[in-house]
Design a protein around this ligand. Sequence first.
Ligand SMILES: [Zn+2]
Length: 94
Amino acid sequence: MAKHYYIKRAGRISGPFSGSDVKTGVKTGRLLEQDLFSRSKDGPWRTLEGVFKKIRAKQTEYLLKTCPVCGISLVSESKVCHGCRSNPDSPAPV
Ligand SMILES: [Zn+2]
């Protein structure tokens, strides 16, 4: 069974949402760091702060990746460098 979550803001509970619904809400700014989430309507409730931290860490990871060919930062999750069009995961044979 897929995991689902409830969100509580200002005393009002909404949901259930899937894990990817919650992630999308965090990324699009629909959910706030101080919103509460729980696996059950009865709690225990935790803030979304940890979820925000995880998603931010993942985005930073991408920002820190650079292309081994031209050295520019790989800003997206795309496998192909947007600078030189090489694929860092499978470099062209020399
Ligand atoms: Zn490149």
